[in-house]
Ligand binder design. Structure first.
Ligand SMILES: [Zn+2]
Length: 78
């Protein structure tokens, strides 16, 4: 599975919305891929943040690109 595909699944993984097989793919990929491991950590961090603070502000511009991408993805629907 490509990094892009894995990164698209990470937020669903963290929300517990992936099937067992998909969750395994994500888990195995982040163990071997530094980029996706970082994305995974960012997503976990942000999902905690979002649960604690649903009025999440716009992401600061100096955030790493991967974090901004994750914020866009995990932001609750308006
Ligand atoms: Zn990857």
């Amino acid at each position: 599975m490509s990094c892009t595909a894995v990164q698209n699944l990470i937020s669903q993984y963290i929300d517990g919305r992936l099937s067992g097989a998909e969750a395994d793919v994500v888990r195995e990929h982040v163990q071997e891929c530094d980029d996706c491991a970082q994305d995974f950590k960012d997503s976990q961090f942000l999902s905690r943040l979002l649960k604690e603070n649903l009025e999440f502000p716009e992401p600061p511009k100096d955030l790493p690109r991967s974090v901004i991408r994750t914020v866009e993805r995990t932001k609750p629907e308006k």
